[in-house]
Design a protein around this ligand. Structure first.
Ligand SMILES: Cc1cc2nc3c(=O)[nH]c(=O)nc-3n(C[C@H](O)[C@H](O)[C@H](O)COP(=O)(O)O)c2cc1C
Length: 213
């Protein structure tokens, strides 16, 4: 049994990656983590060249991920909230699962997954988006988790004065950025515990999955 964890954040070592790794950390099976940061993955072009053989013909970094997706028995997919939905990289990555849908979608249908969403305020809409992609590909979502990450406004240099940014939005004008107000996963022990529980739950469900296949 193999579980593939994927962070769709363009930022390495940030909340999406860390929370996906928390889930993977308690999985008792072979695991692999992949960050899409720095990868070039374009949108589905609807060329339909994948219909006959379930292989996408678009030449980019998705090609190197395809076999890993096919070989895995379960997925932990995490993405950040951009504009109240999953970010573009995650959308492109999951759109390209279209290649697996044809001819009964055998490459991924019936596999298990966990959805992970991160947002400056909330990752909940992202979890819903990821679950929709899972449903279309007949991937069974066994659990979900959303948590708060640090918006770039905390470190961009203009956060204290920018009226459009997260600091004004969350705390109001005149707020000084101090370490205490910067969100991080370490300040959300309940989320870490939930993530670890999801890794254990995925392990249990994989046992049943193995017995049935
Ligand atoms: C382009 C952009 C749009 C964003 N829009 C939202 C948003 O609508 N809601 C929200 O809660 N956070 C939003 N954020 C904040 C990110 O979700 C937050 O920084 C999160 O921690 C990113 O995940 P990461 O830390 O793993 O990179 C946005 C960030 C960016 C870069």
């Amino acid at each position: 049994m193999k579980v593939l964890g994927i962070s769709c954040s363009p930022r390495k070592n940030h909340a999406t990656e860390l929370l996906v790794k928390e889930v993977l950390g308690t999985v008792v099976a072979e695991t692999e983590f992949i960050s899409l940061a720095g990868m070039k993955i374009g949108a589905c072009t609807a060329c339909m060249e994948c219909v006959r053989d379930n292989v996408c013909k678009v030449k980019d970094d998705m090609q190197g991920l395809r076999q890993k997706i096919v070989d895995a028995d379960a997925y932990v997919v995490g993405a950040p909230n951009y504009y109240s939905m999953l970010n573009g990289l995650a959308h492109c990555f999951l759109e390209r699962f279209y290649q697996f849908r044809h001819r009964d979608g055998k490459a991924v249908a019936g596999k298990l997954a966990v959805a992970v969403g991160i947002g400056g305020s909330s990752g909940a809409p992202v979890v819903d988006n990821i679950k929709t992609f899972f449903e279309y590909n007949q991937i069974e979502c066994v659990g979900e988790i959303s948590a708060q990450g640090a918006a770039s406004c905390f470190t961009c240099g203009y956060g204290e004065t920018c009226k459009a940014g997260a600091i004004h939005m969350f705390f109001g004008a005149g707020t000084k950025i101090t370490p205490e107000i910067v969100p991080s996963l370490s300040k959300q022990p309940d989320k870490i515990e939930l993530a670890r529980g999801l890794g254990r739950k995925l392990t249990e469900q994989l046992k049943g999955f193995a017995a049935a296949t």
